[in-house]
Ligand binder design. Structure first.
Ligand SMILES: *[C@@H]1O[C@H](CO)[C@@H](O)[C@H](O)[C@H]1NC(C)=O
Ligand SMILES: *[C@@H]1O[C@H](CO)[C@@H](O)[C@H](O)[C@H]1NC(C)=O
Ligand SMILES: *[C@@H]1O[C@H](CO)[C@@H](O)[C@H](O)[C@H]1NC(C)=O
Ligand SMILES: *[C@@H]1O[C@H](CO)[C@@H](O)[C@H](O)[C@H]1NC(C)=O
Ligand SMILES: *[C@@H]1O[C@H](CO)[C@@H](O)[C@H](O)[C@H]1NC(C)=O
Ligand SMILES: *[C@@H]1O[C@H](CO)[C@@H](O)[C@H](O)[C@H]1NC(C)=O
Ligand SMILES: *[C@@H]1O[C@H](CO)[C@@H](O)[C@H](O)[C@H]1NC(C)=O
Ligand SMILES: *[C@@H]1O[C@H](CO)[C@@H](O)[C@H](O)[C@H]1NC(C)=O
Ligand SMILES: *[C@@H]1O[C@H](CO)[C@@H](O)[C@H](O)[C@H]1NC(C)=O
Ligand SMILES: *[C@@H]1O[C@H](CO)[C@@H](O)[C@H](O)[C@H]1NC(C)=O
Ligand SMILES: *[C@@H]1O[C@H](CO)[C@@H](O)[C@H](O)[C@H]1NC(C)=O
Ligand SMILES: *[C@@H]1O[C@H](CO)[C@@H](O)[C@H](O)[C@H]1NC(C)=O
Length: 831
């Protein structure tokens, strides 16, 4: 019964459909003439009357014109699908709403929006991707709202000179393509269609990628490389296609089975929604008014809304909460944090206590404890990863570390983090456990406490005095315990080192035993001579000597290495040399070149590094342009270098001043990741090539050559104390060089202003003409450029005290920290 009646319904519906289509076919063919809008026509938002405020497509489904927005009106295209209409395009979406007295008029110059004050704003400006200068000059002879949802302008020959499909906002419709380097930006909210927080880009490299706000770390990437475009076709397929090497397609979503392929009754739409998820929707006009509603999401790029990075702000985490059968996304502060704005929980949280740090001799365990959080994770990079067997020990290790604010325990690894915590989420499928450092409340009774605390912390129910005594007892006990552990381990380490040095002196090639920190190998000269085939292939030459390519056999496989033969180095004792190497060998960071081993035989000193197959940063950015010098890549390189320097300055066990930072010393590995080299060698340089300075820890070795190129901070010449701020200066210069793809000093330029990069950048910045710096590069994001230039100008300030520290530089580069307008640097003279 049921099935036969539904067959009947379908039959009736299709009959109705065919009947309704028949006359439409003619209208369709002729509509382009009959539905044309001619110059002189105008619209007004008055009275919400559709026929006065909008131009309709011939099907009546799409309307171009005014729609209510905030307390005024915006201009755009709506899909009329009662009861609710869907805005699919907005003109000048970030402009404020206009009043009900505005008018929209079609003229020979396109569409003009005349505001109440008489101001005229062009709506259909902007360059068509296929535009030639002839077309851009053409005057508008007609316009039309097409049934596809595309609003077009024609010239007299009926050539399309502008179309809304070329300027998508957050939506593409069936028949619309997203070409390379185009993108969608989500709306601010369901009711406000101005630019929101998330973006989806069809990148030049063929990858469709979604980014959180102010970040270059995507939460979605299709990993499709090649010259692709994204299309939503009329039968509901989202397809990535490539024209190179024949037409190949990859189907992202197949919406076809949801309804017979009939574009009279169904309209497909793909939107980057307010929550950052890209979804495919089906508007079904046969179902219009039915209880299920006419709109249905039939595919979504991500299932878990908490996978969208940036859905919750810094120091908060995302949780999906079931509420009345609907899943809701909640952003919650980590323990010890409060909302930046309690009425907008997605804006992140801040510590509501002043962070004392580890200034005094105060035992941190008297001040802090850790709060545990199950099934949680976040996305920062840890600054330390240590294998630890026990969860509680992981939490506890954070208490004893001044830099640590949170730890994650996963698979017997304990990862330590600094603040802010980014993109946190919690869900039962995550197995890692988090511990957050929180202040011990002075007054135990008023402890705000929704989280389970560790059993190791003093229990809350004790009276004040008792707990204080308990804390003291525990702390004194642990201090005594730690002291004895320290004493014992120091002795053990000492014995261990003595033993190790003895071994090293025998030139054995045994791996060093200090597994916990590093494995440095000691080689004999003849071994390295063999490995490099008698120092045959020189691959570079730096301040400290030549570098050769070599091959070492490790087990059964061969490993390519770079062997640096130190020339002109200070002839210091073997013991001192090994101590230096130990320091360098202990640095482990993905943006620092890894020292694998060394050789010291009399005056012969050689270092063995991992091999970097893609040459130096200087070779990359100062030579011909390639895909690896695209804007995105350059921004990534800036962060690579910054993170490497941050590690040297702040994060490794012995703080290292590089003092010789320049693009020649930044090498690129096979994945084009930047690796800083030549650090830690400063003390090995003899005095005649040094610029005199009193030197700080690890400093004291800027070279004459480096000064000539302009990488050296002015304090080197002034014989002033050298600090990490000298590296900041060099970093600033390298940063500007990467941004502009040119050397700091370039004589071959059109005006003398341009010779010194830092002064030219400063001039362009002051004049608001930063685009001059990157003239032939269209993909540059000017906002990011401005931010990075401001950072660069702060770094190259003459006064070291004005230059920011590396950790703040990274926050500023990321856009997490505001950057004041930099003062004009005192510029170096050319002589
Ligand atoms: C289109 O309209 C013109 C005049 O308005 C008419 O002569 C012509 O027959 C129409 N064409 C079709 C296919 O209906
Ligand atoms: C809308 O405007 C048209 C043309 O002025 C008029 O015929 C129609 O009655 C108006 N409709 C409403 C609901 O006011
Ligand atoms: C529109 O113009 C009329 C007459 O000039 C004025 O009374 C009215 O306040 C204006 N409306 C708005 C929303 O500005
Ligand atoms: C069109 O012009 C307006 C006002 O001049 C401007 O805000 C807008 O960005 C322009 N749009 C495009 C696509 O260039
Ligand atoms: C387009 O207009 C510009 C200035 O308005 C003019 O210089 C140029 O020659 C015009 N191009 C064509 C093809 O008419
Ligand atoms: C509907 O589909 C037909 C072919 O299936 C196509 O020719 C026509 O342009 C489509 N109409 C719209 C409004 O997209
Ligand atoms: C849409 O794309 C799918 C998959 O590539 C294809 O099978 C289908 O024929 C396409 N439909 C239209 C109307 O182009
Ligand atoms: C799309 O899905 C339908 C129904 O599941 C299936 O019949 C069709 O083959 C699919 N098309 C493609 C191109 O995958
Ligand atoms: C229409 O919008 C209202 C309020 O925005 C919402 O409650 C309702 O669910 C929507 N209806 C449909 C069918 O989407
Ligand atoms: C918090 O957000 C609300 C809602 O957007 C806003 O009205 C209020 O001004 C904000 N408060 C602060 C302190 O920024
Ligand atoms: C921190 O937040 C807690 C709970 O919201 C509150 O009781 C406490 O007074 C706050 N502390 C400060 C210093 O604001
Ligand atoms: C992104 O950066 C801009 C300016 O740097 C800032 O105004 C905005 O609040 C940031 N957005 C988020 C979500 O952090």
């Amino acid at each position: 019964m049921a099935s036969s009646s539904s067959v009947l319904v379908i039959f009736l519906l299709s009959t109705v459909l065919i009947i309704s289509i028949m006359p439409n076919v003619n209208a369709q063919r002729n509509h382009s003439k009959s539905n044309l809008i001619s110059p002189g026509s105008s619209l007004s938002p008055h009275g919400y009357n559709l026929s006065i405020s909008s131009w309709l497509s011939s099907s009546g489904r799409f309307a171009f014109g005014f729609y209510p927005q905030g307390n005024g009106f915006a201009v755009g295209i709506r899909l009329l699908n009662p009861p609710n209409n869907t805005v699919v395009w907005t003109a000048n979406r970030d402009d404020p709403p206009v009043s009900s007295n505005s008018t929209l008029k079609l003229t020979g110059d396109g569409l003009l929006l005349r505001s109440e004050g008489g101001q005229e704003i062009p709506i259909t400006n902007g360059s068509n991707l296929l535009e030639t200068s002839a077309i851009s000059n053409a005057s508008t002879a007609a316009a039309a709202m097409l049934d596809s949802g595309n609003f077009v302008l024609y010239d007299e020959t009926f050539f399309v000179i502008w179309e809304s499909f070329d300027f998508p906002t957050d939506t593409i419709l069936g028949g619309q393509d997203l070409l390379a380097s185009m993108g969608l930006i989500s709306s601010a909210s369901v009711a406000d269609h101005s630019s929101g927080r998330f973006s989806l880009e069809m990148q030049d490299d063929g990858n469709l990628v979604a980014y959180p706000p102010n970040s270059s770390s995507p939460y979605l990437a299709t990993m499709t490389f090649g010259s692709y475009q994204l299309s939503l076709n009329l039968s509901g397929f989202l397809v990535l296609s490539s024209q190179s090497s024949g037409l190949t397609t990859q189907v992202l979503a197949n919406g076809s089975y949801h309804h017979p392929q009939d574009n009279k009754t169904t309209i497909y739409r793909a939107t980057l929604d307010v929550d950052g998820i890209f979804r495919l929707y089906l508007h079904n006009f046969l179902m219009s008014g039915s209880p299920e509603g006419a709109v249905k999401a039939i595919w979504s790029a991500l299932q878990d809304p908490c996978d969208v990075k940036g859905i919750c702000g810094f120091n908060s985490y995302c949780e999906v909460v079931m509420q009345k059968k609907a899943a809701e996304v909640h952003c919650k502060c980590y323990p010890g944090f409060v909302y930046n704005n309690a009425s907008q929980m997605s804006l992140g949280c801040y510590h509501n206590f002043t962070v004392g740090g580890c200034t005094g001799n105060e035992e941190p365990r008297l001040r802090y404890k850790v709060a545990a959080l199950d099934n949680t994770s976040w996305s920062n990079h840890p600054y330390s990863v240590t294998p630890i067997q026990n969860k509680e020990d992981c939490g506890d290790s954070c208490l004893g570390d001044c830099n640590c604010w949170a730890v994650l325990y996963t698979d017997a690894d304990c990862r330590k983090y600094k603040l802010p915590l980014l993109y946190g989420k919690t869900t039962s499928s995550i197995s890692s456990k988090g511990f957050i450092k929180v202040l011990l409340p002075r007054n135990m009774d008023s402890m705000p406490n929704n989280f389970p605390y560790l059993p190791k912390s003093p229990t809350v129910t004790e009276s004040k005095n008792k707990s204080l005594i308990l804390i003291l007892a525990i702390s004194l006990g642990s201090i005594a315990f730690l002291c004895s552990v320290f004493a014992i381990s120091s002795f053990a380490i000492y014995m261990h080192r003595v033993h190790r040095y003895k071994k090293l002196l025998k030139h054995s090639s045994l791996a060093l035993a200090d597994q916990e920190y590093f494995t440095l190998q000691s080689f004999s000269y003849s071994e390295l001579e063999r490995a490099t085939d008698g120092f045959k292939e020189e691959i570079g030459r730096g301040t400290f000597g030549a570098v050769y390519k070599g091959t070492l056999s490790v087990g059964s496989s061969n490993k390519t290495v770079a062997v640096k033969r130190l020339e002109k180095v200070v002839d210091e004792g073997v013991r001192e040399f090994i101590a230096e190497m130990t320091t360098i060998g202990r640095t482990h960071h993905r943006n620092l070149i890894q020292l694998l081993g060394f050789c010291t035989e009399g005056s012969r000193k050689l270092l063995v590094y991992e091999y970097m197959s893609n040459g130096s940063l200087a070779d990359l950015i100062f030579k011909a342009k390639s895909v690896h010098t695209s804007w995105k890549e350059r921004v990534r390189l800036v962060f690579d270098v910054a993170k490497g320097v941050l590690y040297l300055h702040d994060e490794c066990s012995v703080h290292i001043i590089h003092s010789n930072l320049k693009p020649q010393n930044v090498l690129l590995d096979h994945t084009w990741t930047a690796n800083i080299s030549d650090f830690g060698l400063a003390r090995l340089v003899p005095n005649e090539t040094k610029i005199n300075s009193t030197g700080g820890e690890g400093g004291g070795a800027g070279t004459v050559e480096q000064l000539r190129r302009g990488y050296l901070a002015p304090e080197w010449q002034k014989n002033a104390l050298i600090s990490v701020k000298a590296d900041i200066y060099s970093f600033g210069i390298v940063l500007l060089e990467i941004l502009c793809c040119r050397r700091n000093i370039e004589v071959n330029v059109s005006t003398t202003d341009e010779i010194i990069l830092s002064s030219w950048v400063s001039k362009c910045f002051a004049a608001g003409e930063l685009d001059k710096l990157v003239e032939d590069d269209e993909n540059v994001d000017l906002k990011t450029l401005e931010r990075m230039v401001k950072v660069g100008l702060w770094c190259v300030q003459d006064d070291p005290a004005l230059r920011p520290f590396m950790k703040n530089i990274i926050l500023m580069l990321e856009g997490t920290m505001d950057i004041p307008v930099p003062p004009c640097p005192e510029l170096p003279s050319l002589v």
